[in-house]
Every structure is written in C-alpha cells, then in structure tokens.
Design a protein around this ligand. Sequence first.
Ligand SMILES: Cc1ncc(COP(=O)(O)O)c(C=O)c1O
Length: 371
Amino acid sequence: MEEKKLSKGWKKSLRDEIDQIQPYIPGKPISEVKAELGLKEVIKLASNENPLPVSQKVKKALKEEMDSINLYPDGASRKFKKVLCEHLNLDNEMVAVGNGSDGLIKVIGETFLNNNSQVIISYPSFVEYKFIANLMGSDIIRVWTKDYQQNLAGIQNAVSSRTNMIFLTSPDNPTGSIIKRNELEKFLKKIPDDVLVILDQAYYEYVQDEDYVDGIEYIKKGYPLIVLRTFSKAYGLAGLRLGYAVADPEIIGSLMKARDPFNVNRLAQAAGRAVLNDKKFLEQTIENNEQGKKFLYNEFEKMGMDYVPTEANFILVNVKTNSGELFENMLKKGVIIRPGKPLGYPGHIRVTIGLPEENKKFIKVLKEELK
Ligand SMILES: Cc1ncc(COP(=O)(O)O)c(C=O)c1O
C-alpha cells in the first residue's frame, strides 16, 4: 500500500487550551537515573513519596486481589468506601474516591469549570490546579505567597463576582506551611457562598501543629468546601493512585456524574482497605518523618542554611545558589531532589524526608556540592 504522510488537518480540532498547556514534568524514576548515569545506588527524595517499605498488610491484600484483575473493579468502590467512611466517621454520600487527588482535581474541574470561569490560585503551589484551570479554559488569578505562607487576605481581596473557585493547600507544597484554624475560619466566613473552596490536604496525616484544622469540620458547618486527601503520601500507595474528596452530598453527587465509571482500580481499592487497617504503618511513617525532620533541621542549622519549618514530609531549603546546577550535580552522585525554580522558588531546593540513611547521604552530598 502506498504510504501516506499524515496531514496537519487534525489540528483543526485541537482545542486552544491544549495548545497552551505545558506538559507536567515528573521526577525521574530511580531506574532511569541509574541507567543514564551508570550508578549502582540512587535515592529519590523528589516526589514526597513514603520512603518506608510497603505495608505487609497491603502486600498480602494485593496478592489476594491479583487473581481477580481480569474482572472490572467495583465502580462504586463499596467495600473500600465503607472502611474509609468508618475511619473518617462520615456518611458514604459525603465522600468520592478517585484516581489519586490528581484524578479528583480533574473531575472537580470538569464538573465546575468552563471558559467563563475564574479560578484563584495561591502561587507558587501544586501545579495541578493551574493545569485543570488551563484545561477548562478558565481565567486564573494568582495570589503570591508571603514569607512562604498562603496570602489568605490577598486571596479574599481578589475575589469578585466572576470568581468560581479557590484552591488552597494545607500543608502547602512546596513550602510545607499550614493554614491555621483561626485563619481558615476567618477566611471562609468572608468568601461568598457561590465560590467553591478546594482545600487540598494531601499531607494531612503528617501534621503535628495543634493549630492545624481538619477542613471536614467546616464542610459539616455548611461551608462550600471540598477537602482533598490522598493515599500517595503517608499511606505509601503513590504507585496505585488512590485519593478521596469530602464535601456536601450534593456536591459529591455532581462529581460522581463527571467521573470515569471505574476510576479506582481493583488493586488500589484492596490496598486502601488494607492500609487503613494497618495503624502501625502510619505510626512508623509519622515517627520516621519526625526523626528525619529533626535530623535535617539540625544539619541545615549547622550549615547555616535557612529552611521553611514543615508540617509535611518534605522541606524547602534556601540554598542561595543555582539550584538547577545543584540538582544536576547531586543527581550525578545518586541523590534526586527537586530544584526550586520550576516550583516557583529559585535558589531553593525541595527535599523529601527519607529513611535515616537516605537523609544522611543527602546531607553528605549536599555538603560536598556546596563546599
Ligand atoms: C498538594 C498535593 N496535592 C495532590 C498531590 C497529588 O496526589 P495524588 O498522588 O493523590 O494524585 C500532591 C503530590 O505531590 C500534592 O503535593
């Protein structure tokens, strides 16, 4: 058959929104870095994953579930949702589960945004909020953080009759700073009823500060709020993609219309059930994070380096140097971190708190490179 060269005719149908989106650049996987640089040992402290070995209860549940992966998952995730709702002490209708928080952010956008919408995003913050607003063709108002904190007063001032949605993150990424109870309460009271506030609490389980607030409280008090949580961080299931949204039942009902029919796979549902029953795993996770945090703070202080106190499992550090170059040099020595520039903080790096030996290696290599 004669070969035909693909014409560019298909571009006629390409949405302008897609043309303008910058593809997400994920952290490099360990295997790729090893192969590329010929390294035997590589540690990844770049994507805020849980460094502990996977929960034994999860492994067992996954083995059992493997025999059924020829069958579709339960589209309503009934068994998993039952365990989750018991854990949260919430009615089933107040919870939607999804393919990670990312999947839920997309469903939220597809449910509520279009090219007449206006979205307020604290900046710099997690990139997916901008992505979904761009994908839906919505206008974005960026309100810059102040001293590594989300500027709630600035966000409130930016609200107009055109505003549909506000994204907040607590703990925030990449700073690790939180929104305190009195700040959230004051803020929510001033936001008009027709503006949906999305409060992303991906790092909720790590928080130690007593002034932190569980956003679900305010959903129960009737505020137009959607709280997002994930199993990718403290629960150690990033590779399976599992997250949930909590909101008023009618809001959840609307999200359910826009989601994929089987948006949480079988293995994720089984692992989610198992890990919620593994209290020890969560305790060990928090213990490791607290110990690692102390160790790293101490090392940064000895090195005279400023860092942002964190309530999450990562630390933003002011390295006062070209962090892109530092990233490349540390990579060559088998330590993957995140350079600050793409995260909105040039001159900084973001490092995930790892296992004790990983933290030590990170500090050793950091010292060598900053000499
Ligand atoms: C603030 C925040 N929200 C959401 C996510 C994504 O979570 P998930 O893995 O559930 O999609 C991340 C991941 O880094 C994050 O930092």
